[in-house]
Ligand binder design. Structure first.
Ligand SMILES: [Zn+2]
Length: 169
């Protein structure tokens, strides 16, 4: 465990992909929640192994559609909806439902969490960890893009975010 106050006992934290890759959390101790989307976003073998090893403290949770709707409504209100992926919205919904602390360095996520009265904390990516370059993959034709757009310019299906590159800082 690192000596920051994010790791005090008894609290439950919802981790986004950046928070997991920050290396700041000992995932084998404590109460951590993630979603299936987060696992899908993490493609590095090392991190996948880590995730499968620490099942006891890391729970994969599916957000309820009611909470997802509440988060979307809030994000629309704050003007952050365009900035949020389904993964982001799902994680905020999990934090809302379980009254957990959301750990993220994503400003849009923090903003919506704040609006909903969810506790949140940054994972301090600048000190330890990885810089992530996101890519977007079409759910239809599978083409990859480096820029997000609402729909695939080739086939019109939705794009999904994935971590394209990790760079240790
Ligand atoms: Zn496509």
């Amino acid at each position: 465990m690192t000596d920051n106050n994010l790791t005090c006992k008894g609290k439950t934290y919802v981790l986004d992909t950046s928070a997991i890759l920050s290396g700041k959390f000992n995932l084998s101790e404590g109460n951590f929640l993630i979603s299936r989307n987060v696992i899908n976003e993490i493609k590095l073998g090392k991190v996948s192994r880590l995730l499968s090893m620490s099942i006891s403290s890391l729970r994969v949770v599916t957000p309820s559609s009611k909470m997802v709707q509440a988060v979307k409504a809030a994000a629309k209100e704050t003007g952050d909806l365009q900035e949020l992926s389904d993964t982001d919205i799902g994680l905020i919904a999990i934090a809302l439902e379980t009254k957990s602390t959301l750990v993220t360095d994503d400003f849009a996520m923090e903003n919506v969490a704040n609006f909903l009265g969810i506790e949140f904390a940054g994972a301090d990516l600048k000190k330890i960890g990885y810089k992530i370059t996101w890519g977007y993959r079409c759910t239809g034709c599978g083409q990859r893009f480096s820029e997000y757009s609402d729909v695939c310019p080739v086939c019109g299906h939705k794009l999904k975010r994935f971590a394209k590159k990790y760079k240790a800082i």
